[in-house]
Ligand binder design. Structure first.
Ligand code: M6R
Length: 369
């Protein structure tokens, strides 16, 4: 049932193009409008929202972090992202015009469920993004948008994450469309790019051998650091989480600009640093800043593995190793840049003899608070 792959996780990585395509299917009509019928919220409901909270755990929380950048940019509605286990204990400001988006692959995560109940008690509207039809979180939410990743067996989440991103982008773009769009051209271009994403994810998957080599070369190290900016920052967090889960190795993700405020002291000769580099096009300021961060860590002895856009010669001239991903709008890039990090974690953990699908101490669905 692993379909010729060594592990379920490897199989699920390869299923990602299909899973994302399935999640988008039927949700964008011929006129380029997003139709989210099963969401059971009217356009007016979406227009009434003046604040969004995204609440989730683990990898699903990282999907939420990416979504914040997209929602605020496309809709100008303030959006906060919070770990479910923290959310309800700090008395967040919620009311009828707040949309709380809870993201849960399993739909059974107790921390997320308790956060959802708290939000409902405060009269907020709750929209669930879940992969599991009929599970508790969608059942208790006011509305639901299902991802269509199919069953994810490996404890470490891969295809569920990419489909959560796809679903979250749809919600963000839908919000932008119903509220009157400031960036109409941009939104329609983004929609085209979203539809093209599965093909690009497939290209990334075809080109994973260099990632595997770099992972094997990093297997003897005590720690691996991941750095990113903008949406590359949550991708760095996700890359580090995958490596912690699978390899039982100290891995941490940082906002690259924050390194100089402390974490750069972790770097010693040969420390692998995986840098998620933004596209050199358009937002080139971000790219410049990332190159400076790469230089900072290299000057302290780091071995830099850069995940960058294809043809990015500047990054190639600064990094020790380069993994190229197809060009993409900045906000959608996590659909592509996450994939090499998933493979990096598998390969490094395999080199250390770990159990890939069933890492120690972890459960697929965490039903205790
Ligand atoms: O089922 P959920 O999306 O609610 O699960 C949340 C986390 O427990 C989950 O993403 C966990 O972090 C994964 N093992 C990460 O790979």
């Amino acid at each position: 049932e692993k379909g010729g792959f060594e592990t379920f996780m490897a199989k699920e990585i390869h299923e990602q193009p299909q899973a994302v395509a399935d999640t988008l299917r039927g949700r964008i009509d011929e006129t380029g409008q997003i139709v989210l019928d099963e969401v059971r919220m009217s356009d007016q409901d979406f227009r009434d929202i003046d604040k969004v909270f995204i609440v989730a755990c683990g990898t699903s929380y990282h999907a939420g972090l990416v979504t914040k950048y997209a929602i605020e940019h496309w809709t100008r509605i303030p959006c906060e992202v919070e770990l479910a286990s923290e959310f309800r204990y700090r008395d967040p400001v919620l009311d009828r015009s707040t949309l709380v988006v809870v993201i849960s692959q399993s739909g059974e995560t107790m921390d997320t469920l308790m956060a959802l109940r708290h939000a409902k008690d405060q009269k907020a509207r709750v929209l669930a993004i879940s992969n599991t039809v009929g599970s508790t979180i969608p059942r208790e939410s006011d509305a639901v948008l299902y991802t269509r990743a199919g069953i994810e067996v490996a404890v470490a989440s891969t295809k569920a994450f990419l489909t959560q991103l796809a679903a979250c982008y749809l919600v963000g773009l839908h919000l932008a469309q119903v509220r009157g769009i400031k960036y109409a051209d941009e939104v329609s271009a983004i929609l085209d790019e979203l539809v093209a994403a599965p093909g690009k994810i497939a290209k990334v998957i075809e080109n994973l051998e260099p990632v595997r080599e770099m992972a094997r070369a990093s297997a003897g190290k005590d720690r691996v650091l991941f750095i990113g900016r903008h949406v590359g920052y949550p991708v760095a967090l996700e890359g580090a989480l995958k490596l912690k889960e699978l390899a039982y190795l100290h891995a941490e993700g940082f906002a690259a600009g924050e390194l100089k405020h402390g974490p750069i002291s972790l770097i010693e000769d040969g420390t692998p640093v995986v840098a998620i580099v933004p596209s050199p096009r358009g937002r080139s300021l971000l790219h410049d800043k990332m190159i400076s961060n790469i230089q900072e860590v290299k000057a302290r002895g780091a071995k830099v593995i850069a995940i960058c856009e294809e043809g990015d010669a500047i990054t190639a001239s600064h990094a020790d190793f380069v993994i190229e991903t197809p060009a993409s709008p900045t906000l959608l890039a996590p659909l592509l840049t996450t994939v090499p990090l998933q493979e990096f974690a598998i390969e490094l953990a395999t080199a250390l003899g770990r159990d890939i699908d069933q890492p120690r101490n972890l459960a697929k669905s965490v039903t205790v608070e």
